[in-house]
Every structure is written in C-alpha cells, then in structure tokens.
Design a protein around this ligand. Structure first.
Ligand code: X8Z
Ligand code: ZN
Length: 613
C-alpha cells in the first residue's frame, strides 16, 4: 500500500500532541521566529515532512501487510501501533504547516502542503489515549470483517466465509438458499456497531481539530473544489446516468418476476437484494443467464473456459500483466511474484478483499487477493494491476504526490484497461470461441457489461451518501440501518429481503465501511474509465463504436496512459484529465455513448412497462 491506499484505508493523521510516540522519527521543533516564514523555509519544511512520512509509511504498510495476510490479535496490535505513530506524526506536521499559511510559495510546495492536510482518511484527536483507541478500533473493525463467517443459525453448520457465501449468491437460483447466504453474511457485522459509532466520534473530533466541520467534509475536500461543489458534481454525474440505470432496473426486474414470481419480486417495487447475484447488489453480472437478451446468440461463458483450461491464480495474474506490457509498460518486478498473496491461505484468517500495494512507496508493488478462476476475478486482477502500474509510474515523486490525480483516477485505470477485454480480445487469447458480430450478439455483450458497470452506479453513490450523513450527524447512530436501507431503495431500487432493525448493522457487511475506505472514488471511476477508454482508443487510432474497441498492443495508447499516470497528484486533477482526454470535466457522455446500442434495445423492451419503484 502506498499513500493513496493509506489515505483511503486505515488511520492516519492528526493530533496536536507532538511527542506521543517513542522511537519513531519526529519532526524537529519548528522555531517560532518573529520574522515571517519564507518561501524557502516552506519548501524545506515540505521536503523534510515528505521524507519522514515516506519512512513512516513503509513501517505502517509493512505492519498492515502482515496483519491483512495473517489476522491475529498480535498483528492487529502491531498495525495499530504503527498507525498511531503515523497519526501522531501527521498531526504535528499539519499543525506545524499552519505557520506557512499565507506565505507565497512555489507551486509544488503549495500543493504538498495542501495535500498534507488531506492525507488522512481517519484523522485522530490530539489526546494520546483517544488516538490509541481510534487506531485500535480501526484495526479491530477490519479484522472483524476479514474473520467473518456464517456457521448456520445454530452455529453447527459448516462455516462459510464471504467467498463461499458469495459463490452461492452468484450461482444459486433457489430463493431460500440465496436468502440464507445473504442473511448469514449480514450477521457478521452486528457486533461492529458500537465500535463503528465510536470510530465516527473520534475521527470527527480529529477532523475538527485540523479545521474541517466533520470527517465527510475532509473526504469531500480532496477534489480541487469546495466540498459543496464536489457534492453537486457527483449529483450532476448521477443525473446524467440515472435514466439508463432506470431502464436496466426495469428490464432486470421484469425477468426476475418471471423467474421468482410476483409474490417474491414486486412488479413495481424495489428488487429484493439477494436476487441480483452479489452480496451487496452492486454487480449483477452473475445473473446474466437470467436476463440474457437473445438466448444462445453469443456464448460469453468465460468462467467455463477458465475452469476448463485450468487457469490458476498465477496464470490469471500473468494474463493481466500481459495486457499492460502489450501497451509498452514494463513487466512487474520479480518481487511482485514473490511477495503477493494471490490465493486464500487455508490455515489462517486473511482480509480477502482485493487490494494493491506499494509497501515502500518505491517499487515494492504487490497485490493481495483470494483469486478464484472466474471472469469477475479476472477483471478484478486488471483493476488491481491498474493500481500497481500507477504506483510504478509515480514512485520517484515526493510521497505526498504519490496518489491518483484524484482517487477516482486510481480506481479507474485498471477498469479502463479491462474495458478492452472485448470479445475480440477474448477470442484472441482463447477464452471464447466465436466473436458475436450481429446485432443480437452485440446486445448480449452489452447486457453483460451493463450488469457490471451500470448496475454499480447508484451503489457507488449511496455508500458515501450514507457516510456523509453519518459524519455530519444528520443520521444519528440510532438510525444507522434505517438510513442505509432508505438510500439503498432510493438510489438502487433494492430492498432488504427480510425486515431489518437497528439490531442489525448492514453497512458493516460491506468491506469499505469497517475498513474506512471512502467510496465515491468508485462512482467517479465508473464514469472516468469510459472517458479514459475513449481517449486511449483515439490514441490507438481505433475507428468504430466505442464498445468494440480494444487497445491491446497499442504503444500509442500506452504512452498516453503512462504520461497521465506519471503526474500522480502533482497537479490538480483537471490538468491530468486534460492531458489524457482533452477535457477538464468529468463527464458521463462516453459511458452513455458506449451503451447506446443496449439503451435503444432496453427502451424497446420496456415499452408499456411501468418502470421505477
Ligand atoms: O474495492 C474494490 C477493489 C479494491 S480498490 C477490489 N472495488 C470496489 C468494491 O469491491 O466494492 C472495485 C469495484 C468497487
Ligand atoms: Zn481499487
């Protein structure tokens, strides 16, 4: 993990307490001079903070890596200690940096000081005991998620972890079996609630101490615009894509009514959350067989080919790497293969949720993932390698610049590359036997993509909608679950399959809540990746509809990508976007262009139907 993971994940930042840690590096006390500080002093300060931060980050990442790949009370404690050190360091650095407020500094220094204040996704209060408590809570919450298992209502059934339960949700078509897997997983988060409540309280306090109204305001400040403007921006993008989501929802619901009956799927209401092939109803591609537009028009069963051809985790990761090298990017370092965790160890608890790391912020890139031979995992591998290739392009920059142009960019890179996994490309690598070429085949392929990309959009939006309200106090802890399901229904048109209460804590059943990873980044990424895809296709000289483009093998596309990645966060994100796409705004036009054939088809299918919920 490098800084861009850390700003999302566990801990970091701030308190005014300057000497709460022992042993670790600490900033020299800054002389409180009578003369106004100079630009040269500011630059020297930023450079020094950056160097010390890099050293601390390596210690934090090393401890976090061990904890995530071997969850025990002890590894949790080690990572909490490392994070405490980081929090103390950052809080002092942020406080000291205030001295340079109003000083005319050079552009790079100004940006480093700006980013320093935003470095933490979980800023700590200044009081040492509270800081330690927050670090401990963060480590525990992620551990509880990683260890989660469902062993049946009486605790006597064979225990199943998230991977097993997700497989049931993906493959079973039996209502009761699906319900059991869904309900089972949602029991693991009940005990998180008091810890989460306390985490929110402490992190809000930390955010206030460094000048933000609450933690949500800090999160929304990372986009080179005001928090209010950013919120309006996400609403604008959502309004651009909502009509297409509504059409997809309408069609999918009609097919689920056919499959499960209108007693179980209300023809005009929200869809029960356990019937969409995914624990959180965020990616519906596993129910493609239930909604396939033209039966048999195109065989897209990549899962079957992966199993038949006995793809293992390494071969899948190598396939991902080969896409990036085809663009002229370097192969992954040997250490990637030695140090990554690619398969789930059977002898211990690990955090299976996929992640990409640069442990030293200097080329020690790895991924941690419990790879299974499925198309979904193949795409996730490309997603993770996108992070790793981003890390590699900017690892010579100051560590404060070692992030995406904004966090949505980081999440969009691997996905943009995976948009080039077209049927043409899959045929080329032998994972399907025939490229569907007629209109029916195209609609089938588009449906499968829409079940991933369009279905995700309202989910990507609602998660932080919930957290922003929790952080601001608009949602009281007594209403956590109710507010969650209100947003699920409003945005996604999805409902809990059984009555929920405040004894449940359903937000905690989604990794990014206990792990404290901001989520709007994925919403943005789902818009941005189509902007990137279009720009890369243009660079590759592709002629034809956007959905048919694969940039595989294009050095020109690779160069365009590399140039943007190399900027890291050194410039405001509109500059990076412009360098790649010629535009300075995030915009949903390319995603709508990509799905135009399906949209026309859906409108036809839904004619006369009452859509909405
Ligand atoms: O968390 C992830 C990645 C790691 S950054 C696997 N994703 C989100 C999720 O799983 O909920 C990728 C898509 C959305
Ligand atoms: Zn990611």
């Amino acid at each position: 993990m490098n800084i861009s993971k850390l700003i999302s994940g566990i801990v970091l930042a701030a308190s005014m307490a300057s000497c709460a840690t022992t042993g670790g590096p600490s900033l020299e006390p800054v002389e409180v001079a009578f003369a106004a500080p100079t630009a040269a002093e500011a630059k020297e300060f930023a450079t020094r903070v950056d160097a010390e931060l890099k050293a601390i980050l390596t210690r934090v990442s090393t401890a976090e890596w061990v904890k995530s790949t071997y969850i025990t009370d002890d590894t949790e404690q080690l990572s909490a200690w490392a994070n405490e050190e980081m929090m103390a360091f950052l809080s002092k650095a942020v406080a000291d940096s205030k001295r340079f407020d109003g000083v005319e500094v050079d552009e790079a220094t100004g940006r480093m000081l700006h980013l320093l204040r935003l470095t933490s996704a979980l800023p700590a209060p200044s009081e040492a005991a509270e800081r330690a408590e927050l670090a401990s809570l963060a480590a525990k919450l992620e551990g509880m998620y990683g260890k989660g298992k469902w062993c049946g209502a009486d605790g006597k059934a064979k225990c199943r972890d998230l991977g097993d339960l997700s497989e049931t949700l993906a493959q079973s078509r039996k209502y009761e079996e699906l319900l059991d897997a869904w309900m089972g997983w949602h029991t693991i988060s009940r005990e998180m609630r008091p810890l989460y409540e306390q985490e929110v309280r402490l992190a809000n306090q930390g955010a206030r101490e460094i000048g933000f109204a609450d933690l949500g305001e800090l999160w929304k400040s990372g986009y080179d615009m005001s928090p209010a403007d950013f919120e309006a921006e996400t609403d604008r993008l959502w309004q651009q894509v909502k009509p297409l989501y509504d059409e997809l929802h309408c069609y999918v619901r009609s097919q689920l009514v056919k499959k499960y009956g209108k007693d179980r799927v209300p023809a005009r209401g929200p869809i029960p959350a356990h019937l969409l092939g995914n624990m959180w109803s965020q990616d519906w591609s596993n129910i493609y067989p239930l909604v396939e537009p033209y039966k048999g028009a195109a065989s897209l069963d990549v899962d079957a080919s992966l199993k038949k051809q006995k793809y293992d985790a390494i071969r899948m990761a190598k396939l991902g790497e080969s896409f990036f090298t085809s663009l002229g990017l370097k192969p992954l370092p040997e250490t990637f293969w030695q140090r990554s965790m690619l398969v789930q160890p059977r002898d211990r608890d690990v955090v299976c949720h996929a992640s990409a790391w640069d442990v030293t912020s200097a080329g020690d890139v790895r991924i941690k993932m419990c790879i299974r031979p499925t198309e979904e995992d193949l795409i996730t591998i490309h997603h993770e390698l996108g992070h790793n290739y981003y890390y590699q392009q900017y690892d010579k920059l100051p560590v404060l610049f070692q992030s995406g142009a904004n966090d949505g960019f980081h999440e969009a890179i691997g996905d943009a590359i995976a948009l080039s996994i077209t049927p043409g490309y899959l045929k080329q690598i032998g994972l399907i036997s025939k490229v569907p070429s007629d209109d029916k085949g195209v609609v089938n392929v588009q449906m499968k993509m829409a079940l991933q990309k369009i279905a995700f959009l309202p989910f990507g939006k609602m998660i932080d909608q919930w957290r922003w309200d929790v952080f601001s106090g608009k949602t009281a802890s007594a209403n956590y679950n109710q507010a969650w399901w209100e947003l699920k229904e409003r945005y996604q048109g999805v409902a809990a399959p059984v009555a929920r209460s405040e004894a449940d804590f359903d937000p905690g059943a989604k990794y990014h809540i206990p792990a404290n990873v901001p989520y709007t980044r994925y919403f943005l990424a789902h818009i941005l990746q189509f902007q990137f895809h279009k720009a890369l296709c243009d660079a590759a000289g592709f002629q034809g509809p956007l959905h048919a483009c694969s940039v595989y093998g294009s050095a020109d596309a690779g160069e365009k990508l590399r140039a943007m990645l190399a900027l890291g966060a050194s410039k405001p994100w509109p500059d990076a976007l412009e360098a790649m796409t010629g535009h300075r705004e995030m915009d949903a036009t390319p995603i709508l262009e990509y799905f135009q054939p399906l949209r026309t088809w859906l409108a036809e299918q839904n004619r006369g139907q009452q859509c909405g919920w």
